[in-house]
Design a protein around this ligand. Structure first.
Ligand code: GLN
Ligand code: ZN
Length: 769
């Protein structure tokens, strides 16, 4: 095979496309169906219409091989469970009665059957439904949805390639079903699962699929030799089956590492590899294993999960190198475009200068098509696109938005000392005790109070012009007054203002920091019918004026008790946004940290004695490979310390994280050098308290004693029992009493009683110790 024949064959493809439609039609259709306002037929028609429109958009953009089966009414991992017949026993009757309702029952639960657990899809903000498997699981093939969607695309006259979650990744994402031993390893079911995949592949072949893509992103994570062996066995097996389509095994989100050798040696017909970010290491690794002679390589050179225009020159260089390494090279985005919004052209409110730096799914498809054309016919044939791309990149690189000299000189001047409190924890702690005079087992909350319909209505009224700013602020002020007086009456020790002015803990700050850009239509799927609109961190970050001081001091003016200032930390400000790709993340984090540091210092100056900086995203942003953890945690913890180290020793810094499993970041939590940390703990019955103690965590901690994820009210006895469990690990002078997380999703009724019980429990346990 010669390189010229490879170049002649270059196709443009993607692995998936946003599902929701231009105006989130899918969300409306599905939620309408749940409410009984949309018939099953109308829902199916709406879904088919969206698929058709997506394929047409892709074809118009120049994509020459479209994906099928990537669409979903809820989640593609749940769809895979249906495809292999892995329906939990508690949902089987519902699925048999009505497959569509049964499907949604697995996703959302019913009165008597809880849903599948939901968790994050690798290091993205998409959540999938975790397959539940056990030694008794019987897999059966149901290829109907995959086959039907392939036929739909083929009937439009398009070249189409079904995309499936691969068998190894499927099993590695699964967990033991309820009642199955916790140490059961789903991967032991591989031999049972492979024949089912072989059957689906044969059905797709019969329906006209030339190629089928099997996604194995789990292979970019650190894998044991046994797991790599399983992958080798899986593809030896599937590669050896009769009646199969050609197999393309895809990986994305990071480099393949040792798994590359395994897949390159497997009897499959092609690999799809990510060549963006840390996955760029795939290039040298591919050369090192001798390339993929005679096979198809789909090169993910356009970043599929961030929102910036591609650097075509750079991609063409990578593609050029790859031509020498495979039988045939096609061009793709690095991963499914599910993780980016649909269309940057819809962002009419974004400054046109910034808009030209943005590429959402539609633009990315066009970029892929341009590169495929350039690869096939030579760069001369895309000269106009290359010139435009160069100009757009130059506009971004040379803009005062991305380069603010004041911000630059400030970050450059940061010293190690800026990230260190002036006194060590032990001395600060004494100063804080003297200033705050809190009882043992002090009680507090995590920040937000119920976001009532009235508050949402006030925001809507403001947007619609029914009330003016003064009217809106009067409502916020009244709410704060109520929240403060409730906390005083209930007897909490450290109060909060309740965050009524915040729609979202990241968006609120993004709207007030220079460098962030808001989108109007930039929805991305978080899970099911829930979509979020992450802000875009486009430029150098600074804080034109204080963001929280006014409401915090207002709250403080209504009480003698300390009111805790409340900020979102730098790592979370990055994790829940689209971040810059033109400088290291650590540099962006440092800019955000310095802007937040100004806020922390201003809060202190205004008399705030306790300031909480939330970092719920610290652990979820951990890189997929352990080898990259240290570098990430170094800049992440530095950014937190930079945010919080400008205050006096007697100002108490709190932080908060919403998860109970933090074993792999416990050292990092210590390195934050916060004075107090609150964590989720109620469901694990204060297990985290023990883990902190085991680590020798020297500071104060508030493992949550109220699980706020459900409307259930914990009794005072229950809270007291949790506190006594906490006291076995953490001494009374270092143990705080607080809920697991903020109360914004709770109603006032349960909040009132639960907090009364929490205070009563603290008093009872105090009296007993
Ligand atoms: N302070 C925030 C709140 O209480 C924290 C939210 C979070 O941890 N996700 O709502
Ligand atoms: Zn939380």
């Amino acid at each position: 095979m010669t390189t010229t024949s490879a170049a002649a064959a270059a196709r443009a493809t993607v692995y998936g496309y946003p599902r929701q439609g231009r105006n989130r039609e899918l969300k409306k259709a599905i939620e309408g169906y749940w409410k009984g306002r949309v018939t099953p037929d109308a829902l199916r028609t709406a879904a088919a219409e969206l698929r058709r429109s997506n394929w047409q958009q892709l074809a118009e953009a120049g994509i020459t091989e479209v994906p099928t089966g990537d669409f979903s009414l809820y989640d593609h991992v749940l769809d895979t469970s249906v495809m292999v017949g892995a329906v939990p026993a508690r949902h089987r009757a519902a699925v048999e009665t009505d497959p569509l309702d049964g499907y949604f029952a697995m996703a959302r639960g019913t009165q008597d059957a809880p849903p599948l657990e939901m968790t994050k899809w690798f290091d993205t903000n998409y959540h999938y439904l975790v397959p539940e498997l056990g030694p008794d699981t019987v897999f059966t093939a149901d290829s109907s949805r995959q086959v039907a969607e392939l036929r739909e695309a083929l009937s439009l006259g398009l070249a189409a390639r079904p995309v499936l979650v691969g068998p190894v990744t499927y099993l590695l994402l699964a967990k033991p079903a309820p009642g199955v031993a916790a140490d059961f390893e789903p991967l032991t079911l591989l031999d049972r699962l492979l024949p089912v995949y072989a059957e689906v592949l044969a059905d797709l072949r019969a329906a006209g699929a030339e190629w089928v893509q099997l996604d194995e992103p789990a292979l970019v994570q650190d894998r044991t030799p046994a797991e790599l062996n399983a992958a080798a066995r899986a593809y030896r097996d599937l590669g050896g089956t009769a009646d199969r389509p050609r197999l393309l095994v895809a990986s994305y989100f990071d480099r393949l590492g040792d798994a590359l050798q395994v897949l390159a040696a497997a009897p499959v017909d092609g690999l799809a590899l990510d060549f963006t970010g840390a996955a760029a290491a795939n290039l040298d690794a591919l050369a090192a294993v001798g390339g993929l002679p005679g096979k198809r390589l789909v090169a993910g050179v356009v970043d599929g999960r961030n929102v910036w225009i591609n650097d075509h020159q750079k991609s063409l260089a990578v593609l050029g190198t790859l031509l020498g390494l495979a039988g045939r090279v096609d061009v793709a985005a690095s991963c499914s475009l599910l993780h980016v919004p649909l269309d940057a052209a819809a962002e009419r409110d974004v400054d046109p200068q910034i808009r030209r730096w943005l590429a959402f799914a539609r633009q990315k498809a066009a970029e892929v098509a341009t590169l495929a054309r350039g690869l096939t016919r030579g760069p001369g044939t895309i000269a106009a696109e290359l010139a435009a791309n160069r100009a757009d990149l130059a506009s971004r690189a040379g803009s005062s938005v991305t380069h603010d000299p004041a911000v630059r000189s400030r970050t450059a001047a940061v010293t190690e000392a800026d990230g260190r409190r002036s006194l060590p924890y032990a001395e600060r702690s004494a100063a804080q005790r003297a200033r705050l005079r809190l009882p043992a087992l002090p009680t507090t909350t995590i920040g937000s109070f119920p976001q009532t319909d009235e508050l949402r209505a006030a925001r809507a009224d403001l947007r619609a012009g029914r009330i003016d700013t003064a009217g809106y602020e009067a409502r916020i002020g009244a709410e704060i007054e109520e929240v403060i007086s409730f906390q005083e009456k209930t007897g909490l020790d450290v109060l909060v203002h309740g965050e009524p002015e915040r729609n979202d803990m990241v968006q609120y700050f993004a709207e007030r920091l220079t460098g962030y850009v808001a989108t109007r239509h930039g929805w991305v799927q978080s899970y099911g019918t829930r979509y979020v609109r992450p802000p875009v961190l486009a430029g150098d970050v600074s804080r034109p004026e204080p963001m929280t001081v006014r409401w915090t001091t207002y709250a403080q003016s209504r009480t003698e008790k300390p009111v805790k200032g409340m900020l979102t930390g730098p790592v979370t400000m990055l994790a829940w946004s689209f971040v810059r790709d033109d400088q290291p993340l650590g540099e962006t984090a440092r800019q955000v940290a310095l802007a937040l540091r100004d806020e922390v210092n201003d809060l202190e100056e205004a008399g705030t004695s306790v300031i909480q900086v939330d970092e719920p995203a610290l652990r979820e942003t951990l890189p997929l490979r352990a080898a990259d953890h240290a570098a990430y945690l170094a800049w992440a913890t530095e950014a937190f310390r930079l945010t919080t180290s400008g205050v006096r020793p007697d100002t108490q810094i709190h932080t908060h994280m919403c998860y109970a499993e933090f074993g792999d970041v416990v050292q990092a939590i210590d390195d934050l050098d916060a004075d107090v940390i609150s964590l989720e703990a109620a469901r694990s019955r204060m297990q985290v308290a023990g883990e902190l103690a085991e680590h020798g965590y020297p500071r104060e901690a508030g493992p949550g004693v109220w699980d706020i994820h459900s409307p259930r009210v914990p009794s005072a006895e229950e809270v007291a029992a949790l506190l006594r469990a906490g006291l076995r690990a953490i001494p009374a002078e270092r143990l705080w009493v607080n809920p697991d997380c903020g109360l914004k999703t709770r109603g006032w009724a349960e909040t009132r009683v639960s907090l009364e019980n929490l205070v009563a429990a603290a008093r009872e346990v105090r009296a007993g110790t």
